[in-house]
Ligand binder design. Structure first.
Ligand code: CP3
Length: 342
């Protein structure tokens, strides 16, 4: 079985003897080869160069033997064609930020497939680089999460900006969220046409809201994106950081894969979300600890999910830049050597 066959069997909800594994943010600063490659390049530049993207996308596959590649890019690149200036330092710096209701009218429609064609070119290039036996994933940010950055949210301490806009100017907020949803649909369809085997929608900030606000500000747009993509037969995955309280709503979504953060007990989620394909959810912070701990924690999740049909191992959020590569190697070996039992 190739890695792609293994991954796609799990996507179809089939039980496989071995568990496929990839890691959110698997190409990045914890890898010395990535730091070396990026030494003379800005992040934005790297993202716009299909050859360079193909190279860093392939790094975690070739160096760490991971089972799926995710195209190297960023969820915020969709903002530039909307007329927003975007820099990474290394966190995103956005200007102007959305603060006044009249700004909502400034965000013009654009052809995502055309304006973000470099991402499609990068997928084609990455496919050439990794070959046909490795699954290749595309992605975008969920409208709510991209909106949060657009409002100037950079971390938990300024998340209030997002809520301030949405509560004071609900109509204008809706207008922008709808535009982001429509652009995301075009963008993901383009990525699939360029060779992505599945696409993940990252809703990093959605878990900050209670269910009622999630139902208003995020869910309708996620629902629209996955509905439109499912109609074309595309494989979709939804990731929310902090989704325990939203799990019943996640069940209603037509997404193929639900990617869980580390605070959700996997077995409980499995009971609720079955027969959806599940992905997750080792706490990325624990990868800063001793190797034995990483191995034991991974083995425990593997054991818990051993008989679940359609399971993909991942972390519960992106890997931290401070993570020792040896711990990642130990993790990969643990997952690869674990034989699943029904
Ligand atoms: O998973 C992968 O390997 C693909 C690459 C990828 C990046 N960003 C590269 C990146 C993916 C899937 C993303 C998604 C992304 N970007 C999300 C959703 C996932 C999550 O982590 O919650 C979010 C919220 C962003 C926005 C963003 N971009 C932030 C908050 C930051 C700074 C955080 C940091 O790591 O410093 C970025 C910059 C960014 N995106 C980097 C990388 C590798 C660091 C820039 C660098 O390497 O110089």
């Amino acid at each position: 079985m190739t890695k792609k066959e293994l991954f796609m069997a799990n996507v179809r909800g089939e039980w496989t003897k071995r568990t496929p594994l990839w890691i959110m943010r698997q190409a990045g600063r914890y890898l010395p080869e990535y730091r070396e490659y990026k030494k003379n390049m800005k992040f934005e530049q790297l993202c716009r160069s299909p050859k360079a993207v193909a190279e860093v996308t392939a790094q975690p596959i070739e160096i760490l033997d991971l089972d799926a590649a995710i195209i190297f890019s960023d969820i915020l690149l969709i903002l530039e064609p909307l007329g927003i200036n975007l820099k990474f330092d290394p966190g995103p710096v956005i200007s102007p930020i959305l603060e006044r209701p009249e700004q909502a009218a400034d965000f013009e429609e654009f052809d995502a497939a055309q304006k973000l064609a470099f991402v499609g070119d990068a997928l084609v290039e990455a496919r050439k680089r990794i070959g046909n036996d490795i699954p290749l994933l595309g992605f975008c940010g969920a409208p709510f999460t991209v909106f949060a950055y657009l409002c100037g949210t950079r971390g938990a301490k300024d998340f209030h900006r997002t809520v301030r806009f949405l509560t004071n100017y609900p109509e204008q907020g809706k207008q922008v969220l709808e535009r982001l949803a429509d652009l995301s649909i075009q963008y993901l369809k383009m990525q699939i046409a360029a060779g992505a085997d599945a696409v993940q929608i990252f809703d990093t900030w959605a878990g900050e809201s209670a269910e009622e606000e999630f139902a208003l500000w995020s869910y309708p747009y996620l629902e629209k994106i996955v509905r439109e993509l499912s109609q074309t037969g595309a494989v979709t995955s939804i990731y929310i950081r902090g989704s325990y309280h939203l799990i019943k709503r996640l069940k209603k979504l037509d997404a193929t894969i639900i990617s869980l953060d580390w605070r959700v007990p996997m077995t409980e989620a499995a009971g609720i979300l079955s027969p959806k394909v599940l992905q997750g959810n080792l706490d990325p912070h624990l990868l800063l600890g001793p190797k034995d701990l990483v191995i034991n924690k991974a083995a425990q999740i593997l054991q818990d999910m051993s008989s679940y049909p359609g399971y993909i191992f991942n972390l519960g959020h992106g890997i931290l830049p401070e993570t020792p590569v040896d711990n990642v190697k130990a993790l990969v070996a643990t997952v690869h050597n674990f034989e699943r039992k029904r």
